[in-house]
Design a protein around this ligand. Structure first.
Ligand code: NDP
Length: 310
């Protein structure tokens, strides 16, 4: 019998208990899934930061902690966590992010707001939107989410540049890496999409100097993490008009405080960290596969590199 502890807020237990049981059974695993296992009996932990486990010290025999979320910035620095940590890479989460990114990119690309806001009886038929091939889009982060979003935008015809830490080759994308690559990726970009993890190295990636590299009238989309942007620099760039608008899904403080300038800013759209989420059915398959792998003596999928922070 394999003991799996589910440590996340109670509503998630209601969502995940049945799909996880099904996925373990399909994987041929005999699992006792519970929120109650004694720490010394736990083989695996399904984990969200909003759950009861904060101190991993008593979980001496735990072989793998499996996060439910893609981002790990709130757990990666937990000094009591000495067990291996896997983060979530879920095809349905990726699909949701692709849809959010494509939707908000097309909104800015097509200038939809001009028509939505201007239903005033005036026939403005002189301005046609450019084609995607004439729009430069830069995706910062080419991991599970950034690569999928960049590829979807490239398939629509956008001129997509991507940036990552290690060099990559992705069909249809101009892929850059390293510090020099970042300046080149941002230089003249008309739409920038942030899909980096938040780490000490990525904090304030979009600061005043880097915002200045963007094309005048650029748009910023941030479904990554709030700390990737220097907020004061973005607000200044919006005030000067150098950045025409931003669609922000993630913030340094969440929920975004009601008096934060982003809420009232006419050029900023706030979405409340809903760009995408892990879906129980597909994520349960990923979790079961990771347990199967560890039980078989294989390396788990999606292991977090503690030193890199993601
Ligand atoms: P991955 O770990 O798969 O990808 C991260 C990417 O960022 C990789 O390409 C990595 O480079 C790159 N990167 C990391 N550090 C640096 C650096 N210092 N310089 C340059 N590139 C760097 O993550 P995911 O794609 O799965 O997720 C990305 C983020 O999206 C999550 O961390 C989370 O913050 C956010 N997210 C937001 C959601 C929302 O609803 N708003 C939902 C889910 C996730 P390399 O490939 O070389 O390692």
């Amino acid at each position: 019998m394999i003991n799996v502890l589910f440590s996340a807020r109670p509503a998630l237990w209601d969502e995940y208990a049945a799909p996880l049981q099904d996925a373990f059974a399909q994987a041929g695993l005999t699992v006792s899934l519970s929120r109650e296992h004694a720490p010394e009996d736990v083989d695996y932990i399904v984990f969200a930061p909003n759950g009861p486990v904060k101190d991993f010290t008593p979980y001496a025999r735990t072989r793998l902690v499996m996060g439910l979320w893609a981002g790990v910035e709130t757990i990666v620095g937990n000094k009591t966590l000495t067990q291996p940590l896997a983060r979530m890479v879920d095809p349905a989460l990726t699909q949701g992010m692709v849809e959010w990114v494509v939707g908000h990119t097309l909104r800015h690309h097509l200038g939809m707001d001009a028509h939505i806001a201007g239903q005033d009886g005036v026939w403005r038929n002189t301005v046609y939107p450019p084609l995607a091939q004439d729009r430069s889009v830069t995706v910062l982060g080419l991991g599970a989410l950034g690569a999928a979003c960049g590829s979807a935008l490239a398939q629509l015809g956008f001129a997509v540049t991507g940036w990552s830490r290690s060099p990559k080759q992705i069909a249809g994308l101009r892929c850059l890496s390293g510090d020099d690559g970042l300046s080149r990726a941002l230089d003249g970009a008309e739409i920038v999409i942030l899909l980096l993890p938040l780490t000490p190295k990525t904090e304030n990636t979009l600061d005043a100097a880097r915002l200045a590299l963007l094309a005048p009238g650029a748009y910023v989309l941030n479904p990554g993490r709030g700390g990737l942007i220097d907020d004061d620099a973005l607000i200044a760039a919006l005030a000067s008009g150098h950045v025409a608008g931003a669609t922000l899904d993630t913030f340094r403080t969440e929920p975004l405080p009601a008096d934060h300038p982003y809420w009232a800013h006419p050029a900023v759209v706030v979405t409340p960290h809903i760009a995408s989420t892990t879906r129980a059915a597909s994520a349960s398959q990923v979790i079961a596969e990771n347990v199967r792998r560890v039980e078989a003596g294989d390396a788990p999928l999606n292991l977090v590199d503690r030193a890199a922070g993601y």
